[in-house]
Design a protein around this ligand. Structure first.
Ligand SMILES: NC(=O)c1ccc[n+]([C@@H]2O[C@H](COP(=O)([O-])OP(=O)(O)OC[C@H]3O[C@@H](n4cnc5c(N)ncnc54)[C@H](O)[C@@H]3O)[C@@H](O)[C@H]2O)c1
Length: 345
């Protein structure tokens, strides 16, 4: 039995980490911490575990084997490194950290201490994405020539534990990034994963089009973005992100391959659809993508994978070693949006 600690007791901790640890027969939620004592106590009451006085105290407890880091982006790195240095395995939320140097320091700490470090890129684990990976890797559709991927919803202030337009998600010092890194990281990473190649260069535009703080001033980060990615195997496509899709969430991708098209999460019943070049259609009824509107998110698969990777020592698709390459693309997009130029990786 692994004793796990959860640091940060907001929405993702409650809806995914705590709920999924509770369902995993090999874990016991031993401790929780949040800068909001009230939130930590409420989560401990619902899911179990001792409420610690600080992240440092939880991490220093030798009875804790593994830690989930579910705090605001700017604090991923110090908490993760402290936990790794204290001999804990870590599952850290995305985006991994707020600078490339921080991401590298986290990875190095995991290597130096011989501890697992996984990053919660749960989109790699959804049934339709797993099946698409299998189909592309089999070669039956030939190579991916182009793609488009969109992730847009009505904004993190509707999801965060602090449901106000004063949320940390809108502030540079705590979030560092806006919609591009918050949502785009999922799709950038997914395209890298599905295509099975690395990104060669990027061109990005980001804008703050609509979101405002309570005093009416624009938020400090982007609320919409468009990225053009060129892969080193020639594939070309776009990633679009938005926090202003007020009517309907969009979490869909299309990959145009030599022998057909793969459509992901575009149909409410068939999460994976293949249209072959001869017009034949094959629909797969696999699952429904998890959205921020879901009341119960108990099956992302991330927690089970984290626990399994600790217990078996097997490599996992969420290992930081590969996710860090997706973060390089995010930082290149930031540089491109800033400079107005194409950025090579
Ligand atoms: N993998 C995914 O699909 C996914 C989805 C949503 C959020 N996230 C990520 O999860 C992280 C948390 O997001 P959320 O939606 O739960 O936000 P949230 O606002 O609901 O919760 C964040 C919690 O962290 C606490 N906190 C902030 N800084 C802290 C610190 N230094 N020490 C202890 N507690 C601290 C806050 O008090 C709050 O309770 C973010 O990095 C976010 O990008 C990932």
């Amino acid at each position: 039995m692994l004793n796990v600690g959860i640091i940060g007791c907001g929405s993702i901790a409650r809806q995914r980490h705590a709920a999924e640890y509770k369902h995993n027969e090999n874990t016991n939620i031993a401790g929780v911490f949040d800068v909001s004592r009230e939130r930590a106590e409420s989560m401990a009451a619902d899911f179990g575990g001792k409420v610690y006085e600080s992240a440092e105290a939880l991490i220093a407890d030798p009875s804790i084997d593994a830690v989930s880091v579910c705090v605001a982006n700017a604090y991923h790195e110090p908490i993760t490194i402290d936990a790794l240095n204290h001999g804990k395995h870590v599952l850290c939320e995305k985006p991994m950290a707020i600078t490339l140097a921080e991401c590298e320091a986290m990875y190095e700490a995991s290597q130096k201490n011989g501890m697992r470090l996984l990053i919660d890129h749960n989109q790699r684990l959804t049934p339709a994405h797993k099946k698409a990976k299998e189909i592309i890797a089999s070669g039956e559709l030939g190579r991916v020539i182009s793609f488009s991927a969109t992730f847009g919803h009505k904004g993190p202030e509707m999801w965060s534990a602090d449901k106000s337009s004063n949320t940390w998600f809108f502030k540079k010092n705590a979030a560092a990034f806006g919609s591009m890194a918050d949502l785009g990281i999922h799709k950038i990473d997914l395209m890298r994963y599905l295509i099975g190649a690395d990104v060669k260069n990027v061109f990005s535009r980001m804008a703050t089009l609509d979101k405002k703080f309570p005093d009416g001033t624009p938020i400090e980060v982007d609320d919409n973005s468009v990225e053009i990615l060129t892969f080193d195997n020639g594939a070309l496509g776009t990633v679009t992100t938005s926090w202003t899709h007020y009517a309907e969430e969009c979490n869909a991708s299309t990959l145009y391959c030599e022998k057909g098209t793969i459509k992901l999460y575009q149909d409410p019943t068939y999460s994976l659809q293949i249209v072959y070049a001869d017009g034949t259609k094959v629909n797969y009824q696999l699952d429904r993508i998890q959205t921020n509107d879901d009341k119960q998110q108990t099956s992302s698969g991330t927690i089970d994978l984290f626990v399994d990777s600790i217990l078996t020592g097997k490599p996992s698709v969420l290992d930081a070693a590969d996710i860090i390459k997706s973060m390089r693309v995010v930082f290149a997009c930031l540089e491109s949006a800033d400079s107005g130029r194409i950025v090579d990786l």
